[in-house]
Each structure stands twice: as structure tokens, then as C-alpha cells.
Design a protein around this ligand. Sequence first.
Ligand code: GSH
Length: 202
Amino acid sequence: MITLYGIEWSRANYVLFALEELNLDYQHIKTHPFEEEKNSSEYLKLNPMAQVPTLVDGDFVLTESMAINFYLARKYGAKKLWADQLEDETNIYKRTFFAVAQREKSCVDIIFQKKLVEEKDRDYELIRKAEKSLMKPLSVLDDYLAGKDFLVANKFSIADINMAGILSYARNGEYDFSPYKNVQRYLSDILSRPARKRAEAG
Ligand SMILES: N[C@@H](CCC(=O)N[C@@H](CS)C(=O)NCC(=O)O)C(=O)O
């Protein structure tokens, strides 16, 4: 039995997307990242960082959203979401790490400030810096996506779930993607997949 802890708008969103793409049976426990339940002794045994998401698959407990997605893709979706060749597999890592290292913090800052922080407390300078820091990585991604529908080996993979999940924060925070037409098209294709819609609905 697979159990996923983490409410759908948290980083659990990438994992829910993968679980839904793979049509897996799972139990979803909507642990809230900013409420006391994540500090319960039971939850801390699973995730000592008191963060979400956490996946439990039988006796196996795994934290870190991207590691969870690599695990699900390898274990349950080798044909559907993983790669056949070492080079493509390595590119799945590359695209995912690039998304996490170059974009995740800025995307999270944007959505957090715009959707969770009250207007009177909003840090507009942080938003401005976050938006600016996305320009170069998005422009590099935009060039890469010219004429492509997917990130790796011209096929949908876990790398697309990870990348689109991270960029979706900026998109939901009304970041202006219009200068990056290929990224805009790519995001709208990946984020309109039925599995993603089911994941968003929780
Ligand atoms: N690198 C971790 C980050 C997890 C994380 O920061 N989760 C947030 C919710 S999106 C959280 O639980 N925040 C509450 C906290 O840090 O106390 C991952 O990708 O799983």
C-alpha cells in the first residue's frame, strides 16, 4: 500500500501528478505544512524535517519530493516515465536538478508572497528579485524547448512532471511567461494533462 502525506498545493503536487500518471492506488493524507499535525511524534518518525511530502510504500519511507518521483518512475513507470538509455536517464537528472537548483526557490517565493502573505506584509522586493532571477534560466529553457514537446528524448517523462510542477508555482503566482513562448506552450501542455488536473483537485 502506498501512502502520500502532503496537501495538494504543497510540493506533494509533483508526487500526486506522478501517482496519477501511473494510475497507482494510493492513500492521500493531506498533511498541512504550516499546521501542528506535521510536528506530531508519529509524523516526525517518517519525516524528521517536519516537512511534506513523505511517501510510504510498504516498509519503505521516503522524503524529498524529487527523490520520491525518481523512485515512483523507476519502480512503477519504467516504460512510461523513465528512460531506456543512460544518456536519457542522466538528462532526467539534469533537467530535474536544474529546475530545483535554478528555479524552485524563486518560484516558491513568488507564490508564497503573492498567495499566502497578506498584502500589507508582502515583500515586493523579494518578489522583484525572484522574478528577475528567473529570466536567464527561463530564456535558456525557452531556447531548448524550441520545436520540442518534452524535456528528454522527445517523450513525456518524470522530468516533465518535476519541471512543470516547479514552474507551476510561478504560473499560479501570475508570473509573466509571455516572453518565453516555448516555455509557455510547454507548461500549458504539461499542466493540462488529465493526471495533473486530478492531482490539483487532491
Ligand atoms: N526539499 C524538500 C522540501 C520540502 C518542503 O520544504 N516542504 C514544505 C511545503 S511545500 C514544508 O513542508 N514546509 C514546512 C516547513 O518547512 O516547516 C522536498 O522537495 O520535499
